[in-house]
Ligand binder design. Structure first.
Ligand code: DX5
Ligand code: ZN
Length: 214
């Protein structure tokens, strides 16, 4: 299975979003990762539906929407209308996670659940077979450009073992501090999708940076 690369818009040049998206359309990237932050679940605020629906018009890539917001269940339909293909919610933000995941899938989107660095993967043992994707945060969510947390390798191995038993198709996506230095190890532990923000958009040649991750 080939590795999915998902550049994160958070580190793009917001004065030139159209040209950034054009560059990504011409690149080997598979998905466009969009980080929605509410200033409550995480100490930062980014963007919402209006930007996502504009990105939907511009991009040829799969829209991978990562919600770092409280009460995400209130907005599932809005993100679907805005054009999300994959909708990922945080386990820590969902009281009724099974219901929320079901609602995402009923609308025809792929359902993802994200875990903060401190949350053990075992918390998903009774829902793993219902998920399309698990996004492991390898930094504390909120900002781009942070240092990768090495305990993530161990979490990936434990999650891949659970997936092999209960959901072999599960996509394991890693988000935070991903570079060409750790990509190979992440994949050998069992990840198959990598988000990269500052590594891609901070590169002299972002298209080459994407290829180097692949
Ligand atoms: C962090 C976001 C990430 C972020 C990754 O809360 O979820 O998607 O953009 O940025 P880098 O790759 O710079 O760590
Ligand atoms: Zn993200």
């Amino acid at each position: 299975m080939s590795i999915i690369i998902a550049p994160s818009l958070l580190s793009a040049d917001f004065m030139n979003l159209a040209s950034e998206i054009k560059m990504l359309n011409e690149s080997e990237a598979d998905w466009l990762h969009l980080d929605v932050m509410d200033g409550r679940f995480v100490p930062n605020i980014t963007f919402g539906m209006p930007i996502i629906s504009q990105m939907r018009k511009l991009t040829t890539k799969v829209l991978d929407v990562h919600l770092m917001i409280v009460e995400p269940e209130k907005y599932i339909e809005d993100f679907h209308k805005a054009g999300a293909d994959i909708l990922t919610v945080h386990e820590e933000a969902c009281v009724h996670l099974h219901r929320t995941v079901s609602q995402i899938k009923e609308l025809g989107m792929k359902a993802g659940v994200s875990l903060n660095p401190h949350t053990p993967v075992e918390v998903l043992s009774d829902i793993i077979s219902d998920l399309d994707l698990v996004l492991l945060m390898s930094v504390n969510p909120g900002f781009g450009g942070q240092k990768f947390i090495a305990n993530t390798y161990n979490k990936i191995e434990r999650l891949r073992a659970m997936a092999n038993a209960y959901n072999p198709e599960l996509i394991i996506e890693i988000d935070g501090g991903v570079t060409n230095k750790n990509a190979q190890k992440l994949v050998s532990c069992g990840a198959n999708a990598l988000v990269a923000g500052s590594y891609v958009f901070g590169a002299e040649n972002p298209k080459e940076a994407i290829i180097s991750l692949k």
